[in-house]
Write a protein that binds this ligand. Sequence first.
Ligand code: GTP
Length: 186
Amino acid sequence: MAEGFEEEPYVFKILLLGDGGVGKTSLLRRFIDNTFDPDYQSTIGVQFMTRVVKFDNKNVKLVIWDIAGQSRHTTYRHLYYKAANGIILVYDITRYKTFENLPRWIQDAMESVDPNAKIAVLGNKSDLEAYRAVQKELGELFSKKIDAELFSETSAKSGNNVEEAFLALAKALVKKSDEIQKNLGL
Ligand code: GTP
């Protein structure tokens, strides 16, 4: 067995999906290096970042793909969806349209990803309470309807709930992976 393999047996590919400007890149930056940039530079195409998280004596490598949300990048997006284990659907609590568009994002992704992929739904920009356009209950209801693993309202700006959301998804992915291994008798 290759050296180091045992120390990092879990590797998961996670997609960040949602309309342009909802805060996908900002959530990723907050999770990866705990920073926040108030300027909006629309993602061109795709980027990915990795972080190893540790819990229950396990090292879990998350490879998180930040996919441009703006429609002009639609044509090649599917190329990056393949073999994803998890999807983080992001909307902006101050823009209803970004919430309304979530079913489209799932539909789009489900044509390419593992049908058992775990889904997290995040209502981002929770620091902008005064401008709220999507009630929290609506987000919760939607998450239940699509059988999402978790729902949370986050703020990439303040960091509220960001670490927790990524970790909760990672834990769900580990659990599922362990179950599969067990069923295979490994
Ligand atoms: P695309 O690359 O176009 O798909 O956008 P995106 O979803 O990656 O959004 P991005 O992270 O670039 O954020 C868009 C704008 O919203 C930026 O100006 C961010 O600073 C701002 N923003 C992101 N998250 C938050 C948040 O939690 N609170 C507030 N107040 N602003 C945020």
